[in-house]
Design a protein around this ligand. Structure first.
Ligand SMILES: Nc1ncnc2c1ncn2[C@@H]1O[C@H](COP(=O)(O)OP(=O)(O)OP(=O)(O)O)[C@@H](O)[C@H]1O
Ligand SMILES: [Mg+2]
Length: 196
């Protein structure tokens, strides 16, 4: 479990003699500590594999786990994020959005998870774009459903940052344009992801 957390938070992946990334001065490789699941993940092997495989495709930039409350979207997202950490050179970062009250605060929640600070001269969104522009990184945006008005901000980040992949969990779709960004998975059925 400790390993899974270390992976999820991007620790323990430094290569000797090589800086972790060129933008580490802007984005420290750390994220808020998550509480470890106390119980094992049950009956989701196929979904974990399918979502992981989809996110490894370079043409899949956004995948949203959609489903009713309590169906296990966050839990599945965490499992996949942990499994994928070795694949993302600049790490996997978890952004808990459930406590975020309004869409206008989403950029700040992402910045906080990434350790990006307001540069003063530019907007926080622009600071995020600069920091993420040359990175291969997975951002997990958890519980997006009450912040759907901020979905265009996610699209803007994806457009500006070619190495960025987003895994979102939401009770409702983000409606960002299937063809352009996303692979869709609905937690309502037992079916795996289908590419949009
Ligand atoms: N496959 C699973 N195996 C074991 N526990 C699970 C599984 N799926 C979900 N759970 C547990 O069920 C509870 C609800 O899951 P989770 O929080 O992931 O749901 P959710 O779909 O994200 O809900 P919400 O829409 O409210 O955010 C959690 O305690 C989680 O650990
Ligand atoms: Mg959730």
């Amino acid at each position: 479990m400790r390993d899974a957390h270390a992976r999820l938070h991007g620790r323990g992946r430094a290569r000797p003699g090589r800086p972790r990334n060129r933008l580490s001065a802007h984005v420290p490789r750390s994220a808020p500590v998550l509480s470890a699941p106390l119980t094992p993940l049950i009956g989701r092997d196929a979904e974990v594999g399918a979502v992981r495989d989809a996110l490894l495709r370079l043409d899949v930039r956004l995948l949203t786990l959609v489903g009713a409350p309590g169906i296990g979207k966050t839990r599945l997202g965490l499992e996949v994020a942990g499994a994928l950490t070795p694949e993302f050179e600049h790490g996997v970062f978890f952004v808990p959005l459930a406590p975020v009250r309004e869409p206008g605060l989403v950029a700040s929640a992402i910045a906080q998870a990434l350790g990006v600070h307001d540069a003063g001269r530019q907007s926080l969104l622009d600071s995020l774009k600069v920091s993420l522009r040359n990175r291969r990184l997975l951002l997990v945006l958890d519980n997006f459903e009450h912040l759907l008005a901020a979905a265009p901000l996610v699209a803007e980040l994806l457009a500006a940052c070619p190495g960025l992949t987003v895994l979102a969990t939401s009770r409702a779709p983000l409606h960002l344009g299937c063809r352009r960004w996303r692979c869709w998975w609905s937690g309502r059925g037992r079916s795996g992801p289908s590419l949009g």
